[in-house]
Design a protein around this ligand. Structure first.
Ligand SMILES: [Fe+2]
Length: 186
């Protein structure tokens, strides 16, 4: 799939490295893991275990900004290498675009009930590859091609009154493509 002429999740804007008060230690731990070497399944498992362990002792209730028409993204840290961690706050019915990701995309559900639909390219459109209902603390991750933003196609829908998730990306996730409008084959 070409990345040219595609709409992106949001136009680029300057994303400076940042550390958010209260989350410095989380970002330090994440940086330790990701600075060890190339992205691999092993690194993905480490990031997942680390993030889920963190969520067990750190509820995300303070991220209580919700919107009727869209999920809310709140950066909790961004490393100069591009790695970023974002808390997403969801209300029932909030749904992402069908969209793609940077090389590493980890999404860890903290509370709430979610529908995760994973797609694969099929002919001139997409085909549903997996459909998961998440109702506990679960982490998923995908590893795609380095330097690309057209990896791992999914859509997330919040099914509970509210919910929170913690997302870890190897690069600016807003550069992922929106694929809404493509034909979805059964
Ligand atoms: Fe995503």
């Amino acid at each position: 799939m070409t990345e040219k002429n595609q709409r992106v999740i949001q136009e680029d804007f300057a994303l400076e490295p940042c550390k958010i008060e209260g989350y410095e230690s989380f970002m330090e731990g994440l940086t330790n893991i990701v600075s060890k070497g190339d992205i691999s399944e092993e690194m993905g498992e480490q990031i997942k275990s680390y993030t889920l362990a963190y969520l067990k002792t750190h509820p995300l209730d303070e991220f209580n900004r919700f919107k009727d028409d869209n999920y809310v993204r709140e950066y909790i840290g961004r490393d100069s290498s591009g790695w970023e961690a974002i808390v997403m706050s969801w209300k029932k019915g909030n749904v992402t675009a069908i969209h793609t990701h940077p090389q590493f995309a980890g999404y860890n559900f903290a509370d709430g009930v979610f529908l995760v639909e994973i797609f694969e390219e099929y002919e001139d459109g997409l085909k549903l590859a997996a459909k998961l209902t998440i109702d506990s603390q679960v982490g998923l991750f995908s590893i795609g091609e380095q330097g690309k933003f057209n990896n791992h196609i999914h859509r997330i829908t919040c099914l509970s009154p509210t919910g929170h998730s913690l997302h870890i990306y190897s690069d600016d996730a807003l550069k992922g493509a929106k694929l809404n409008g493509l034909k979805i084959y059964e």
